[in-house]
Design a protein around this ligand. Sequence first.
Ligand SMILES: [Zn+2]
Length: 98
Amino acid sequence: MPSEQELPQPPGPEWETVCRVCGYDDGVEPFWEHGWPNEGALCPCCFNEPSVSDISVMGLRNYRGHWLGQGAPWSSPSSRPKDWDILEQVKNIPPEWR
Ligand SMILES: [Zn+2]
């Protein structure tokens, strides 16, 4: 995590820091910015890559279903909070991507 870098502007509608697939949100790194995928931004939770797995509702539902079917494993287990609650996290998913 870059700590000395200036933080970007606060998230807005054109600034998606929430993973469309799993609802993960670090509040800093955008997955989508002004409608463009932030290439290289991989979700540390479900391993979603913007524009690859989340470009359509159908596509990301498939991806989400597969991921949940595996037991919702973290792609980066060290990023997983101790008190992680998947049911709380999926509430972050924007309604249009559920
Ligand atoms: Zn995710």
